[in-house]
Design a protein around this ligand. Structure first.
Ligand code: ZN
Length: 414
């Protein structure tokens, strides 16, 4: 699938001044900056209800990672998927008497235009599940040959038992969350309650494909195992021996994907190629609205496209989201947008001055803040401090250099 258009990223005057990027991972440890080429995979949207602020916060988080590594001169390969085969998409299409493909396509286009507006750098490969069905089928056949599969009444399951000791949460908690997020722990005939579906037999009228497992469609997690391996390791990933310790460097997504999605897709990828999937798993927090959880069931989702239609500046939306730390759950309020608008106006006013306060130190402070587990609020605070000093009459800096650093590292083209 066509990714969105690439964006101009200015070069930094002194990329050597960027310290190694340290991220606090949910699973795994170490700095991404230790390697020269980085393979990163971020779980994409199911194309309905796109793009709410929770989505935006997630993609901005990994955009900061992407931008930082590129500014360091790393070779980054970034892959993102689109879950265009999924129960919620079919339910929404049915509810609205709409063709699921048309609904998906329109939401994907909306998502792409939101990403362009928010200055999110595009993935190198943007891949929909419907584009890789044959590959998913080959992968499941291979998992079956390796003894990881079994069937229950025509549905094919992945046997999770050899990975269960590595659950990121307690077994009881896993059972509860599994049931809440599309799993079926109580189904009779399953070997283990947490075994996920790899291939589901066709249900009334839903899209399906012929396969050795019967006519049906892929389960949720296998798509990401296959897309990540195929587009980050190459077309021969199922047969090629690879000497690296891990298949990829970074698996990213929202914190609601820690379990079951990332645990399951990582386990399936490991079962396929025989080595651990991702060196680091990093997750962004959830975004709530006015003190409540933001969710489709509450009907209180705030959409990027709506804010843009209302005339909000995309850079102000970006600023407002970066003004909270990526890892923490946060609340969205109208005040946040207003305060971000004031901050952006202040920085623009300072950048437009002929003489500005010294810029080397603030650029270094922005880099140091981001290197420290993407402390974007700190980076913005330092920028505001510089703007205030500039407006108070301090001189000796180069506005252009700071402007380029804000664009390159924070994606703020001001
Ligand atoms: Zn995924």
């Amino acid at each position: 699938m066509q990714s969105w258009p690439t964006l101009y990223v200015p070069q930094l005057a002194n990329p050597n001044a960027l310290p190694p990027l340290q991220l606090t991972a949910t699973v795994g440890a170490g700095s991404l900056s230790d390697h020269n080429s980085i393979r990163m995979y971020v779980c994409g949207i199911t194309p309905y209800d796109a793009t709410h602020l929770g989505h935006a916060a997630t993609y901005l988080t990994f955009d900061l990672v992407h931008r930082y590594l590129r500014a360091q001169g790393k070779e980054v390969t970034f892959v993102e998927n689109v879950t265009d085969i999924d129960d919620p998409l079919f339910e929404r299409a049915n509810r609205d008497s709409q063709d699921w493909k048309e609904l998906g396509q329109s939401q994907i286009e909306l998502f792409k235009s939101d990403m362009v507006a928010l200055h999110v750098l595009p993935p190198d490969s943007y891949v929909a599940v419907t584009e890789v069905i044959e590959l998913v089928i080959s992968a499941i056949v291979q998992l079956n040959q390796k003894g990881f599969c079994y069937q229950v009444d025509g549905d094919t399951y992945f046997d999770i038992s050899s990975f269960e000791s590595r659950l990121p949460i307690s077994h009881d908690e896993a059972l509860k969350i599994f049931a809440e997020r599309g799993g079926d722990p109580a189904r009779p005939g399953k070997r283990h309650a947490l075994d996920p579906l790899l291939w589901s037999k066709n249900k009334n009228g839903e899209p399906g494909w012929e396969s050795p497992m019967g006519f049906g469609r892929p389960g949720w997690h296998i798509e990401c195992s296959v897309i990540a391996l195929r587009y980050l390791l190459g077309p021969d990933f199922l047969t090629e021996q690879n000497a690296t310790d891990f298949s990829i460097d970074l698996q990213g997504g929202g914190s609601d994907l820690v379990f079951p999605h990332h645990f399951m897709s990582g386990a399936q990828a490991e079962a396929l190629v025989g080595r651990p999937f991702a060196r680091l798993y990093v997750h962004s927090g959830m975004v709530g609205l006015d003190g409540e959880k933001m969710s489709k069931s509450k009907g209180n989702l705030v959409f990027v496209s709506k804010l843009l239609q209302q005339g909000e500046d995309a850079m102000v939306i970006r600023y407002a989201l970066l003004d909270s730390h990526y890892a923490s759950d946060r609340m969205w309020t109208v005040d946040l947008l207003e305060s971000a608008a004031n901050s952006v106006a202040l920085i623009r006013q300072a950048l437009a001055k002929e003489e500005v306060a010294p810029t080397n130190a603030v650029i270094q402070a922005i880099a140091d803040s981001l290197a420290n587990n993407l402390d974007s609020p700190r980076a913005l605070h330092e920028t505001i401090d510089w703007a205030n000093r500039t407006l108070a009459g301090e001189t000796g800096g180069h506005a252009g250099e700071l402007s380029r650093a804000l664009d390159a590292l924070l994606g703020l083209a001001l």
